[in-house]
Design a protein around this ligand. Structure first.
Ligand code: GDP
Ligand code: MG
Length: 224
């Protein structure tokens, strides 16, 4: 993703010309907490972060676009990717397989771009092991159980039994909140986006990510 008008505060090579390593921003939440909406909004507002598009064996929902929301594949294709080592992480969620293709992530990070992941706690744990310090983990919580139930009902128009099952799954996902660095209670999307942007900006300024810092400071010294 690129922009003709880069915002100086968010540029991977900021005004001072500092190069930095790209970071991996993970968003996890129970289904219905608003994570997909929040991801979309972040991608629209920040030109320097790229979405990691997962492969899944779940069938597409109405309105979902191949290559934007997911790459929709069958189980055999998924297995082949997994066996070839083409997935950075993978997990089974609601009986379907989900995985993160490795190549696009490595390519984006190599180019100094940040990558956004909408994955569950299982995938986050796997990335934690392989990515370590490049990973920034954000957990989104619904403001209340009633709110979550309302969102699940209006969104999917599922039966009571399905909604009940999703609520139980939500309860299970929420158990993992303490494995994350940041928590956002998603009461209001605009406010949550503001918080997420603040997290991203602060993380981008971490000294250890600024690979061009030594050179920059050397230059300062030389001119003093
Ligand atoms: N581990 C892992 N989880 C994923 C991946 N892609 C999506 N997920 C998670 O799978 C869960 C179900 O996603 P989805 O089928 O889109 O339904 P949703 O709950 O309505 O968002 C969500 O928690 C996603 O974050 C992936 O590549 N790896
Ligand atoms: Mg989603």
């Amino acid at each position: 993703m690129s922009s003709s008008a880069p915002s100086p505060s968010l540029a991977p090579h900021g005004r001072a010309g500092l190069a930095r390593r790209g970071l991996m921003l993970v968003l996890s939440s129970p289904s219905g907490a608003g994570k997909t909406t929040l991801s979309r909004r972040l991608l629209e507002s920040d030109a320097h972060i790229t979405m990691s598009v997962s492969v899944t064996t779940r069938p597409p929902r109405p309105g979902e676009v191949e290559g934007r929301d997911y790459f929709f594949v069958d189980a055999a294709h998924f297995e082949a990717m997994r066996e070839a080592g083409d997935l950075l992480e993978h997990a089974t969620v609601f009986g379907n397989f989900y995985g993160t293709p490795r190549a696009p992530v490595e390519e984006a990070l190599g180019a100094g771009r940040d990558v956004l992941f909408d994955i569950d706690w299982q995938g986050t744990q796997q990335l934690d092991e392989s990515a370590g310090e490049d990973l920034v983990k954000v957990f989104i919580l619904p403001p209340s159980a009633q709110d979550l139930e309302k969102r699940l009902r209006t969104r999917a128009q599922d039966s009571d039994a399905v909604v009940r099952h999703r609520m139980e799954q939500a309860s299970e996902e929420i158990r993992h909140y303490s494995e994350y660095d940041y928590i956002i209670i998603n009461d209001d999307v605009a406010e949550s986006l503001h918080k997420l942007t603040a997290i991203l900006e602060a993380e981008r300024l971490k000294r250890r990510r600024l690979t061009g810092l030594t050179e920059f400071v050397k230059g300062l010294h030389a001119a003093l």
